[in-house]
Write a protein that binds this ligand. Structure first.
Ligand code: NAP
Length: 271
């Protein structure tokens, strides 16, 4: 997302960042039609991902690309649109932007209160039957919405926010419900998002644990997110090769049970 929204780097840098991730071993790229500046450049990030994959020398068929539909960016604002017709058109646009015949994982970006949830999810089922989507995911959903969707579709993943500043995925039960159902949980904004992640290097406990392991504060937080359940997949954003590789390294970082407990109990100021 940060490779295509406001403050994005040049596309050549974006390609280098994606290549660094793929070369390190990343095999899932999360994008969306609305990762762009406005409706005028919808699909910016999908086209960037397609270009990076096209120019990559590694095993393309190992890489899963997950995208989303159900939002728009009029004048740069983020708005919901879960109307079935919008989802149909958005899916066709994403297929074109990604340069594929079938999308690996298509996620309904966020429920639209103006549209009955079953109608939006029903369109995803139709797109899957038409062969345009392999797997279906949901994003920004509640436990009840997961149950409602499962009456229409097989839900393969749920993508909700999870970081030490915002733990509602844990406290409201979405994470454990997904784990029980065998649904993958994509933890978004795992280091707190574009603003809050900058607070991590000065957080006393995070700093202390990072120093003990010779790891970065961001890696410590990513290791904590990964430990929240067995089905967690982290999707950290980055605009530099350095940050990408640092986040990848978090997969090898093992925190002690006491460190995990201390992080569970620590305050993370969102102001
Ligand atoms: N489904 C949804 O509604 C939704 C909403 C938000 C995000 N997402 C998804 O989640 C992904 C990540 O979310 P996000 O970008 O909001 O938040 P994030 O991953 O928590 O934070 C991203 C920012 O943190 C910095 N960062 C990340 N790893 C770092 C590291 N190891 N060391 C130092 N800095 C690091 C990066 O700075 P630099 O830019 O300077 O590298 C980046 O801009 C997005 O790309 C998107 O795919 C989904």
């Amino acid at each position: 997302m940060p490779l295509s929204t406001d403050g994005r780097p040049d596309a050549s840098v974006g390609v280098r960042v994606i290549h660094a991730a793929l070369d390190a071993g990343v095999r899932l790229l999360d994008t969306a039609d609305v990762y762009c500046r406005s409706d005028q450049d919808l699909g910016h990030n999908e086209r960037l991902v397609a270009r990076a994959l096209g120019e990559w020398n590694g095993p393309r068929d190992e890489v899963i690309v997950a995208t989303k539909g159900g939002m728009t960016r009029p004048d740069g604002r983020w708005e919901r649109n879960g109307r079935p017709e919008h989802l149909r058109q958005a899916c066709d646009r994403s297929l074109q932007a990604l340069g594929v015949d079938r999308i690996d994982l298509y996620q309904y970006h966020v429920p639209d209160p103006e549209v009955p949830f079953g109608e939006s999810v029903g369109m995803l089922a139709e797109l899957q039957s038409a062969g345009k989507i392999r797997w279906i995911g949901l994003s920004n959903v509640t436990v009840d919405q997961i149950s409602a969707a499962r009456r229409h579709i097989e839900v393969v993943t749920v993508q909700n926010r999870l970081n030490p500043f915002f733990r509602e995925a844990v406290t409201e039960g979405v994470l454990s419900r997904c784990e029980d159902l065998g649904i993958g949980f994509l933890a978004y904004s795992p280091v707190g998002g574009g603003r809050l992640n900058r607070k991590l290097p000065s957080h006393p406990l995070v700093k202390q644990i990072a120093a003990r392991h010779g790891a970065s504060p961001h890696a410590v937080v990513l290791a904590w997110v990964l430990e929240q359940a067995s089905n967690v997949i982290i999707i950290p954003g980055a605009r530099t090769v350095e940050h990408t590789l640092d986040s990848w390294a978090a997969g090898d970082l093992r925190l002690d049970p006491e460190e995990l407990r201390d992080l569970d109990e620590a305050e993370f100021d969102r102001s």
